[in-house]
Unconditional design. Structure first.
Length: 154
């Protein structure tokens, strides 16, 4: 039996699920492009993602300052997307994306502790400026003592 059976990859079969998800990705890309075009360039770059949920447009941005600015353009954005949706979008909600810019404690297990030299410099600064603000001096001295204990345990 030397019949050669051809092997078909999984992607060669018709798959409506993948087509559905691809169409959703295209729709969200079109929506994001339309929203960004309706905004000034300075704000448009800070809209990271957007999607429609029910009768609400959700915009995702990278900081609270930009979210505040985006709220002023609610009516402009809603007017710009009317041709993209079957149902009327009645409100816009702005959400923050919290991106981690540095190493987090959960990834490494330990905080980035100051060196003993820096702790000594803080202590010297406290003794030099002790007459200026006693409460701050006490707090800084307590902090350096705590951090020294953490660096020794490390």
């Amino acid at each position: 039996m030397s019949k050669s059976a051809s092997f078909k990859t999984a992607l060669s079969f018709p798959n409506r699920s993948i087509d559905f998800f691809n169409s959703k990705i295209r729709q969200q890309g079109e929506l994001l492009k339309t929203v960004r075009c309706a905004l000034p360039d300075t704000l448009a770059h800070h809209v990271r993602h957007c999607l429609i949920s029910g009768h609400k447009l959700l915009l995702y941005t990278d900081s609270a300052a930009w979210a505040t600015q985006l709220r002023f353009y609610t009516q402009t954005v809603l007017a710009a997307i009317t041709h993209l949706t079957k149902d009327a979008i009645t409100s816009m909600q702005i959400k923050l994306l919290l991106e981690q810019s540095g190493p987090s404690l959960s990834h490494h297990g330990m905080a980035n502790l100051p060196s003993p030299e820096r702790l000594a410099a803080i202590r010297r600064s406290c003794s030099f400026n002790s007459a200026l603000d006693n409460e701050l001096t006490v707090a800084l001295l307590r902090l350096t003592k705590t951090l020294e204990g953490m660096t020794r345990d490390k």
